[in-house]
Structures are given as C-alpha cells and as structure tokens.
Design a protein around this ligand. Sequence first.
Ligand code: ATP
Length: 360
Amino acid sequence: MAFLEISDVRKQFQQNVVVKGFNLGIERGEFVSLLGPSGCGKTTVLRMVAGFESPSAGRILIDGKDVTPLRPNQRNVGMVFQAYALFPNMTVADNVAFGLKVAKRSPSEIKSRVEEMLAMIKLPHLASRYPYQCSGGQQQRVALARALAHKPKVLLLDEPLSALDAKIRVSLREDIRALQRSLGITTIFVTHDQEEALSMSDRVVVMNEGRVDQVGAPFEIYNDPATRFVANFVGTLSVLKGKVLDAKAGRIQVGKSEIIASRKIINHNVGDACSVALRPEAAVLENGHDLGSGRNRLGGTIDEVSFLGSVVRIRVKIDDDAISLDTFNNPSAIPPQRGAPVVVSFTPHDVLVLDGETKH
Ligand code: ATP
C-alpha cells in the first residue's frame, strides 16, 4: 500500500458527478501533480484529501490510516491555496504560528518553530510585517511556512503559483520543489499549467472530466500520451490528416506523400482516415542538408515565423494542414522567410497516430 491512497473516490454535487472512480497511490516523499483543464475535478480531489469535502464514495488513507471520516485538523495535512489566504490582521510570524497556537504548543516551542520556518523560506526579516506589506511571492512563501509549521505528513498545494507574475512563478516553483525534496514531504500539487506540472513533478496525473486519463513520469506523459486528450492537453501538437495504407508496416499517406510511423497502429484498416501528430521539436527543416535515409519528408511552404527568443517557432503549410516546428535562434543565419518552400523531416519514431490507440 502506498503512503497516500485515494481509493475508488467519487464526488457528486447534486446531480453532477465531478469525480468518477478516482484511484491513486502516492509514495512517501513523492511530488505528484494533478493536471487538467478548468473544471475537471482537480481541486475537488485535493479538498477531499484535505477533508474540506467528503467523498460520495471511496476511501482516503494516509500512512495506513483511513482518514475519510476525519475533519481537516485531524488529518495532519498542510494546505496552500491559490489566493494568499493569510490572515490579514496578523503579522507574518503570527500567521506561521497560528496552527501551533491552536494545537496549544508551548510558547517557547512556537517561537523556535516560527524562527525555523521563516529561516527556511528565507524571510526571517519579515516576521513583524503584515501580509499587505509583503509581495505576492513573499505571501505565498509565508503560506507555505504556515502549512508546514506543524510538520504535516502530506502537503497539498492548490494552484499556489497562479496569481503570481511569470518570473516569480518560475523561481518559486524551483524553491518549492527544493524545499519539498529537502523535507521529503509527500506532496500533491494541483495545476492547469502543463509546464509547471512537467517541470516540478515526480509523476503527473492527467485528469479529464473527473477521471484519470494517464499517470506517469513527465517524460512518459509527454512522449507517450495514452489518449488523444493527453496528447493535445500536454505540449504543442501539429495534426495532419492521413490515410492508412498498411497498418502493420505503419505506412500512412499524407497529402501526396507517404510516411512511416514506427509505433504500431491499432484499430485501423487499410483506407481508414487517421491523424498524424508531431511535437514541434520532432520536426526539422532540411534546408538543403540531407539528414539521412529512413526519415519522413514532406514538402511545404513557410506560413508563419514567431520569434520567441532562443527558439524560433516556424509554421509550415502542408496542403490543407500545417506543422509547427522549433529551431534554435541562429544570429549569424538568414532568418526563415514567409513563403519560402521547405522540406520538413521527422523520424518514424516521432510520429504519433492519434485516432485509435498507439503503442510502441
Ligand atoms: P479549476 O482549475 O477551475 O479550479 P478544477 O479542475 O479544480 O477546476 P473543481 O474545482 O474540482 O475543478 O470543480 C469540478 C466541478 O465541480 C466543476 O464543474 C465545479 O463547478 C463543480 N463544483 C465544485 N465545487 C462544487 C460545489 N461545492 N457545489 C457544486 N459544484 C461544485
């Protein structure tokens, strides 16, 4: 049994079933993200683990103990919310001390624990400030310190970064992960931001309409999406219309060309329509270089060039569809020009065939 077990959990609000048969085991010290679009039930799962909602069915176990009937303060979990839910009329130190005071810890223990927590979040100098005197990023650090002060067994983070601006978000992302690792605390992180989930997590749970579509390490989710929904939700994809010529050999017709997909194409017969999908980093412009035999090649025209800094994203029109691909910015090369005829190439291994199942 895993350290945190969410077993056959269901949640219904009136007629609306928002979490449907949710199962997940999280190991001690693991950092797991719940990722999915708005309304897919991520927060509801987190709130059931915290004890703010009770499941309509199923059980939640922490460290072997069934916590389903317990109130939030009996579960030994710490939670950080999206909006800074600090008490506005209390100083930073009093906010961090709050749970310890409620638990009637001794004044000396509270004092040393608060000092320890403020040092941990690198804000010891803010102890006597009020929340309104702190930046958004500082307030979220304080919220984290408050959630961790009573040494919970599980840390629950509900989109804690989404109200912050982009730069702070990235630095706090790294700090949260470093802190979580050093404490070895089992953590669930809710986000709708795929970059956050992929960059921070040991495993990502992709949710779709109250169900789990896929659970896996970030690279598995990205490189080998289990469903069309996961493929589309996580990362950028270009989709081309294809027709199966030979399912066993992976031969697919795209426009007037033929390509090969090395992943097995299941549930397709000769002549079936299918979707051929590619990640932007999988496709390259050949630019007159021969990148070797065995690659798929499609001719097209540059349709759009987006300069993103170190990366330049190029959209190539191919018949009625388009492939977006990423090239590194090269200051000494002539920038790609709209309207230029080009050849896009990619390996058979990089082709995802989305209609029907695909497996290696
Ligand atoms: P977001 O990223 O927007 O917070 P989410 O994936 O976290 O979305 P939830 O907040 O879990 O989704 O909500 C899932 C569904 O449950 C939504 O349709 C929401 O309207 C509904 N819901 C959540 N809480 C309640 C409630 N207390 N009463 C009725 N419906 C609710």
